[in-house]
Design a protein around this ligand. Structure first.
Ligand code: ATP
Length: 590
């Protein structure tokens, strides 16, 4: 028997009512355990607010205005009245629920009106949401609104609450992927212990639908056997940081593979026969934005099938010089692509191979993978292997480091040389370490922090947000902790832009945010910005790393923060600077 969307909605409602993580896992696991293997993939996606894995690029996201219109049509209300209720209750989902409750009461009172509710199966709702997402072209907005209003008009009030939130991309359950993986493990194996197996499979496929279906169809043993596949992006491996050559060498027991750290856009390239796809680190499909890179790979490839990684940088071939990040970041666009290809030519520096000769090589040591890389492609004018050497003393590291800076790089990457230096998909482990110019002498480099809340500005900033509460991500707990409040470094244009992108994200304080500081407005934690600061100090105001120090009220705070002008839009908030990284920097400076 197939599960009803009503049951899923009740589960979501219970999830909303608790802050306790274990309780959430239990509530979700109970409902998931009733799903069939045909349904579980779609339920998993819906529960994290998606209908497809990100890398397929099929998004549901409807503008709030369109969803408001659909709600107005399906409840026979005027759009302005709907918007007024939204303003009062602060959420379109709750507004939908209120309006549908009113509608069903009036239907009960009227003897002539028919009860219209349909007993939706989850699959029905997924199918309809899918058709909304797939509608494109002329007149598509009206069509989407029509489909959505049809869906809402036959939904129960509670179902409407979540349908509306799903379409505008604000489900607000506080269920991150980690919690979902735990709940799936519990639902199928009875305990949360096997979550790691699911997490590994998810990290190498980026596809929760496939992983959960495999679990429900073939069991946890089959999930443990899942392998990386070409055209499914592998979650990128990230680096820890060190602030001296001595520490770098120590981290790798006296011998390290060094590479230039190029300042560009990370790219994972997948080739299967003639087909090539490029994924960003989010991972999003960015193939269409770089037709030139596709050509370069076709020219350089010596093999048919592979997955490799590198950094795309802007390159001035006359001056033989890598150009700053700001240049290449202009290539991340959906329009005028051809024009930008001529204006901002790029080069790719490749540094890793993850799949070759029809198998995954994630578990091979780094040097082996690097050797494979050199057999997959040849170097051309536009495809290069990252500059590399093996070092076993600090003089060599210093000299390589300075060459890197002279060649317009940010610093160096250190990578393990042993067989254990495997590719840790989705992890920020110590197999990769970055050592950047900014770390020398100064506090550290910048932090990528998530905007959690804001206060309105005064004077000429009135009406816009003027001060922002920023947080880091706690990977273990999947929560955001506060780290600093920033009001400097913003131009008037920045503030106008932030108001535009943050206003639709306003909401009640999210439960995934751990904060002792109150804010006039809270946001869905989605926007990441780059911040520099003067010093990290202990603070009882901020929750970053609270619980790690002798005094249990102590957290860490960034003093004299300043916005660098960079909106970090190439990574999800879960890849923002973590509390662990901040702690490492704090301890290094003690
Ligand atoms: P940062 O802002 O310091 O680049 P990050 O959060 O973007 O940090 P990290 O994993 O901390 O990413 O640092 C490694 C990043 O450096 C990679 O994601 C990649 O984009 C870039 N990079 C440049 N050159 C190399 C290289 N030779 N090997 C690995 N990564 C490299």
């Amino acid at each position: 028997m197939r599960l009803k969307f009503k049951e899923l909605s009740q589960c979501y409602f219970k999830l909303e009512k608790t802050q306790k993580k274990l309780e959430m896992v239990d509530i979700l696991a109970e409902t998931l355990s009733k799903a069939s293997s045909e349904e579980i993939g779609k339920i998993s996606l819906l529960t994290i607010g998606k209908i497809y894995p990100d890398f397929l690029g099929i998004e549901l996201m409807l503008a709030e205005k369109m969803a408001t219109k659909a709600l107005a049509i399906s409840t026979g209300k005027n759009e302005k009245n709907v918007a007024k209720i939204v303003e009062e209750v602060g959420d379109l989902g709750q507004t939908a629920q209120i309006l549908l409750e009113k509608k069903s009461q009036s239907t009960l009172l009227s003897f002539t009106a028919q009860k219209e509710e349909k007993d939706y199966e989850i699959i029905d709702v997924w199918n309809i949401l899918d058709s909304i997402a797939q509608t494109s072209g002329e007149g598509s907005s009206d069509k989407k609104i029509r489909i959505l209003s049809g869906l809402i008009s036959k939904a129960s009030p509670l179902e409407a609450r979540y349908i509306v939130r799903m379409v505008i991309g604000q489900l607000r359950l506080g269920v991150a992927i980690q919690l979902l993986l735990e709940a799936l493990a519990k639902a199928k194996t009875g305990t949360r212990d096997k979550k790691n197996i699911l997490e590994r499979a998810y990290n190498i496929t980026s596809d929760i639908c496939f992983v959960s279906e495999t679990l429900f169809k073939e069991g946890i043993e089959a999930v443990a056997e899942i392998k990386a596949q070409i055209m499914n992006p592998i979650k990128v491996m990230l680096a820890q940081r060190v602030s001296s050559a001595e520490e770098l060498l120590e981290r790798f027991d006296g011998k390290v593979s060094l590479e230039y750290k190029y300042d560009g856009l990370r790219v994972q390239l997948h080739k299967k026969g003639d087909k090539i796809k490029l994924f960003s680190r989010r991972p999003e499909d960015i193939t269409k934005q770089f037709p030139d890179v596709i050509e370069f790979i076709h020219d350089a490839a010596l093999k048919d099938n592979f997955i490799i990684e590198g950094e795309i940088v802007a390159y001035d071939s006359k001056k033989e010089k890598i150009l700053p990040f700001q240049q290449v970041s202009q290539r991340k666009r959906k329009h005028d692509i051809e024009q930008k290809i001529t204006e901002i030519p790029v080069r790719v520096y490749l540094f890793d191979a993850l799949y070759a000769d029809n198998k995954s090589i994630l578990d091979e040591g780094y040097l082996k993978r690097r050797e494979v890389l050199s057999n997959i492609l040849k170097e051309t004018e536009s495809i290069k292997f990252s500059h590399q050497t093996i070092a076993d003393n600090t003089d060599e590291i210093d000299s390589f480091f300075h060459h890197a800076l002279e060649n317009s790089c940010e610093g160096v990457m250190g990578k393990g040389v042993g067989e254990d230096s495997i590719y840790q998909a989705g992890a920020r482990g110590w197999n990769w370490v970055k050592y950047k110019a900014d770390y020398v002498d100064k506090l550290s480099d910048s932090f990528d922090l998530v905007i959690l809340g804001a206060e309105f500005g005064k004077g000429k900033r009135a009406g816009k947000y003027g001060t922002f509460l920023l947080g880091c991500f706690d990977v273990e707990e999947s929560i955001y902790q506060t780290f600093t409040r920033v009001a400097t470094g913003f131009s008037d244009d920045d503030l106008a832009h932030f108001f535009e992108i943050l206003k639709p994200l306003e909401r009640e304080k999210p439960k995934e945010v751990l904060s002792d500081i109150d804010c006039s407005v809270w946001f869905d934690p989605k926007i990441v910005i780059e911040i520099t600061g003067a010093e990290i100090t202990k603070s009882q105001m901020h929750t970053c790393s609270r619980g790690y120090f002798d005094n249990e009220n102590d957290g860490l705070a960034l003093r004299f923060p300043r916005f660098t002008g960079k909106l970090v839009d190439d990574r999800p908030p879960e890849q923002a600077t973590s509390n662990e990284e901040i702690r490492t920097i704090y301890l290094l400076k003690q």
